[in-house]
Design a protein. Sequence first.
Lengths: 252, 209
Amino acid sequence: MLKLRIIPTLLFNNLKLVKGISFNSWRTVGSIIQSVRLYNLRKVDELILLDISATNQNNKIDLELVNEVASECFMPLTFGGGIKTIQDISNLLKAGADKICINTEATKNLDLVKEACEIFGSQCIDVSIDYKKNKNNEIEIYSNSGKIKTNLVFEDYIKKIENIGAGEIILTSIDRDGTMKGYDFETISYVSRVINLPVIASGGAGEFDDIYNLVKNSEISGLAAASIYHFTDKTPLDLKKFLISKNIPIRL
Amino acid sequence: MTILNNKVAIIDLEIGNIGSIFRALKKIDCNPFLCENKNSFFTASHIILPGVGSFDYGMSKLIEKKLYEPLVESIEKNKIPFLGICLGMQLLATKGFENDNETNGLNLVPGNVDKIKIKNKLKLPHMGWNEVSQVKKSQLFENIENDKDFYFVHSYTFDPEDKSVVVSQTDYGDQFVSTIAKDNIYGVQFHPEKSLDNGISLLKNFLKC
């Protein structure tokens, strides 16, 4: 049986591993390579590595870093941040990324995602969506690491992503990000039901009982989290053991 | 037999996760090198065709790089041990049906590659860790326990005509073929280079073939 994936997310900014709250108040939380080494030793299911400064500072994608990280990483590695062209994707796969994830560029140009899927196969192309809810509880999609509000209509956008053949959706609630107050149950469970792609929940992971509730009542494929692993004594293994005790299929 | 001196030719279709497979092989101290042209095959002790990517694009790259014929010759005539990973295994087939195209494969293991049939709300791609159930003994799985999890990421599966080549199966809605072995030809649908310790063991086992 296919297992639910437990995925630590590593965010970095000019080579420093960082974590913020609602895409703000960034704190440096250590070295990227050390963390990757640790997660490899702990045999996590997968890692997501996001360069949060690449798009906004117009930085080149740091292929050397990807190369270095991948050398420590014998589990699947997803890389995101600053991807704009087919050549970027080809370079990243060569450098050792297994999947790439596109956020800002997808909001502007879904044709890039489509072309990438045709060339590299759906399975290595993720689209990441950052969103907030407004006063009327409507979902608004943001690009550029949460800095720019787009006019995209959420329901249309997720359907389009599915139709052009993307491989996976990583769904991050900016409101919940870093708060450890629980995933956005409503939106995540909704998307996981209407979209026939793997959906990764991200933003707000906190109490294990809440996490179990989301897993039990949705069709999600993976749980991404950062703060609970950086700032509490909980590890991916603790979460795995907890979910196994609740009969969720998990790889140990 | 030591695997230290093995010269493993990695075929680069420019769409695969070449970096990952290089790293995994270096981790086990063998000598991978990039297979650029037909001469590369002469010095190879083993050949690996890794891959993410689509069937038609993969085949067209093999042809464009003029690697198609030397590859078939190395496998069929010179009997060099070959491992196809994911798309690399699928290309062994007679035909692939992807991106609405019917494409001829290498036809080294007769059979077809087709999209996974979705049922019971299953998602595509089949992405993540899933059990590999060995149905037949193979050197590839020496010292690897049965039903261990390996990492999969694919939407298509290979259905070989001759079921005696099937070494393992995996369950995703239906049982599909996750490992094949035929003479010196091996294929795995999962990614050993991304499956932590068990994956590394499998690569070691292949290099002893």
